[in-house]
Design a protein around this ligand. Sequence first.
Ligand code: PLP
Length: 396
Amino acid sequence: MTQTVALSQGRTYLAIPGPSVMPDAVLQAMHRPSPNIYDGELIDMMPGLTRDLCRVAGTKHNVAIYIANGHGTWEAALSNVIAPGETVLAPASGRFTHGWAEMAEGIGAKVQLIDFGTSSAWDFDRIADALRADRNHQIKAVLAVHVDTSSSIRNDIPALRRLLDDLQHPALLMADCIASLGCDRFEMDGWGVDVTVAACQKGLMTPAGIGFVFFNEKAQTKRATMPRVSHYWDWQPRANPDLFYQYFNGTAPTHHLYGLRAALDLIHAEGIEQVWARHERLANAIWAACETWAEGGMLYLNVADRAFRSHAVTALRLTEGRGTALRTFTETRLGLTLGIGLGMEDYDSCFRLGHMGHINGQMVMAILGGVETGMAALDISRGKGALEAAAAVLAA
Ligand SMILES: *Cc1c(COP(=O)(O)O)cnc(C)c1O
């Protein structure tokens, strides 16, 4: 009998949908003493940083930066444009839309939630019905999660914009791009998005801790009608500071700014179109492997239609559970951490692969090889040739 040997020494790998793998350039940029926060390099860095952030989001408008995770930016965005008692519409394709909707309730908004479950993209007929029924425009914003990281569904934001325009509904279009910025194509101005929220620890490859709210003139006009806005969340001074400390309403997240600068340099050196193309090709390799495994009948992709799959995260389902056992095996025996099933009906029958940000072909093959090994160890029936299928996509 073969002896059990742990094979997890060596560099471990975090294949979860955020935080993502940090590039050495980001880590090295952060490894420094505390900088001068009154003048010099850090202060001089800010205009370029905000400009480059806006480039990644595809906007010529404004960005406010917060020392917060994604949840913080949800509340920040809402606090600037939604007054207590106002209504928001939340079309949900997974747990994260519910989370944003709960945040809206928490600041006193009325939430109209349309639940599409955990495996379906938006049904525009149902969204249209809700907007049409809203004759006197009580709905002030639509909370649109671009990629719902729990289900890995990627929703069609431009189609939602067209629908709002066709129905001449004035609600703000607010997009959560926390899992898609720097991974999936997103063009804030081109797509007519009014408010975009994002955070730094996914496609932007920086440790969790800062988040962004991008907003246009239409959102700014709504902001101006608010009876009051929380002083801390107010995006106005952050986006148009007279003094450095106003960017952050207090002490700057000094090291995060250096890390983010390095990450934006990587993105711009590669080119955003190429970044999107890389994520798409790598996702295609992952899907090819998963679709091959699915032939064994015990594993399948949560999102059936490729057109609605995120290029940054893939949610998988196991017909007979054992997701926890699989993740435990890959982590303890191989040094590969997989994402938990989040917000699904049955936690143990789902797991996720994160493939966002600093990721290349050999990393994808390592993730797939780890999952293949885990399924072999657990005797999970699967189609043969998954890694060959992925290799063929990468080799093409
Ligand atoms: C990760 C994520 C969030 C939450 O971000 P935190 O930084 O964990 O608060 C919200 N929305 C989406 C789509 C996400 O992927």
